[in-house]
Write a protein that binds this ligand. Structure first.
Ligand SMILES: Cc1cc2nc3c(=O)[nH]c(=O)nc-3n(C[C@H](O)[C@H](O)[C@H](O)COP(=O)(O)OP(=O)(O)OC[C@H]3O[C@@H](n4cnc5c(N)ncnc54)[C@H](O)[C@@H]3O)c2cc1C
Ligand code: SF4
Length: 350
């Protein structure tokens, strides 16, 4: 790691004005021209940023620390029932929040399953959504791959066992954020502060970008923009939600396959609307639209849940080493639908 300056931001606006590049842009420098990096970058919890610096993948001139900004902290419910989660809220705070554990079960579960207790106490939601992917070639300074501005993807002919089974042409990363899977199922939006002072709110689905749109970044964050909060629209009290994942280790690791489901069921057990999102499957959290369509208007039972599990795989293009994800995802979808339907609903409904 090279020497760098440290600056404590006094406000989100000051941080936005200071920062010169996104971390993705800073990692795009040509191999062998590392001194060219010299960007001013933002740091929240620092879990991913320090990793990237230690691995010699970014070399910032200065880090702007936003971790002490009170206005980016905390979870609040607005008058219309929507929830605002400040970007600096930690994964541990999300996992333990009593209101979220009732109204957004899948999100609290996803936050609780990410990483390890120590990391969850440090990792912020904003930093989690913006962490760089875990592809081991991207994380190796010795491999100048397409996503870092090189001319070659090492995963296609290499070891792609943890890579994407959807939208995996060009670059086959999987999005690394566990909470993002659940947030997308709840139709979350991110709030962004531009260096010129404008604020914009973007649906999470539009915030993330696939390699076919832009190979070099995972989201549309502009240079200097600060992610200030995540918004969750009001939930219908009858909603039931669940997050499930399969991983090689019970903690301290990313999932091999994951999914979040949000079901809106009527009194007769019929599904009015289903939101089904797959994680660790694609370069962005992946909506299983065919499975959602199949459940709309249907009774939830073993047969429909199984059919939804199969439908969730529509369009998959697995590689030689990651086809094992297909049965994992189909099983997770089936189990999660049945378990969510059997859950007691949010007490606000009764
Ligand atoms: C062993 C291990 C296991 C892990 N397992 C999981 C897992 O299972 N699931 C999972 O989701 N994650 C996992 N992680 C990743 C971890 O959760 C993330 O690294 C962490 O959430 C990043 O948050 P941070 O606050 O530390 O971000 P930082 O490291 O401070 O920042 C991350 C990136 O976001 C940018 N940034 C941060 N905040 C803002 C903001 N508000 N506005 C604009 N830019 C910002 C930074 O510039 C940087 O590029 C794991 C990490 C480790 C080390
Ligand atoms: S999958 Fe993407 S990040 Fe990984 S080596 Fe290929 S281009 Fe690079």
């Amino acid at each position: 790691m090279e020497a760098f300056q440290w600056q404590q931001a006094r406000s989100p606006a000051e941080a936005a004005a200071l920062v010169t590049q996104t971390t993705a842009e800073a990692m795009l420098t040509l191999q062998g021209m590392r001194s060219a990096q010299q960007a001013i970058l933002v740091k929240a919890g620092g879990v991913d940023m320090l990793d990237l610096m230690k691995e010699d993948l970014v070399n910032p001139r200065r880090l702007v620390d936003i971790s002490r900004l009170a206005e980016l902290q905390g979870i609040s419910r607005e008058g219309d029932g929507s929830l605002r989660i400040g970007a600096l809220t930690t994964l541990a705070q999300i996992a333990a929040h009593p209101g979220l554990r009732q109204s957004h079960v899948a999100l609290a579960q996803a936050a609780a399953m990410a990483a390890s207790p120590q990391i969850r106490n440090r990792a912020t939601l904003g930093g989690n959504l913006l962490q760089r992917p875990r592809c081991w070639y991207l994380r190796s300074a010795a491999h100048h791959c397409l996503r870092k501005g090189g001319g070659h993807c090492f995963a296609f002919a290499g070891d792609h066992r943890y890579h994407a089974i959807f939208a995996n042409h060009g670059c086959a990363i999987v999005h690394p954020s566990t909470p993002a899977t659940a947030l997308l199922a709840f139709h979350a939006q991110v709030e962004l502060l531009h260096p010129e002072g404008r604020r914009r709110q973007v649906p999470l689905e539009d915030f993330f970008v696939l390699p076919e749109v832009d190979m070099h970044r995972e989201n549309i964050l502009a240079a200097g923009e600060i992610l200030t909060a995540v918004w969750l629209p009001p939930q219908i009290p009858a909603n039931r939600s669940l997050y499930l994942q399969v991983a090689e280790k019970a903690a301290f690791d990313w999932p091999l396959a994951a999914m979040a489901v949000v079901l809106d069921l009527d009194a007769g057990g019929f599904c009015r609307e289903a939101s089904i999102v797959l994680g660790a499957a694609a370069p962005a959290p992946w909506r299983a639209r065919q499975a959602e369509a199949l459940l709309a208007g249907a009774a939830i039972n073993g047969e429909t849940a199984e059919a939804a599990g199969e439908a969730a795989l529509a369009g998959a293009t697995p590689f030689a080493l990651n086809a094992y994800k297909l049965p994992l995802l189909a099983t997770l979808v089936r189990r999660a639908i049945l378990a969510a339907a059997a859950l007691p609903q949010d007490p606000r409904a009764s």
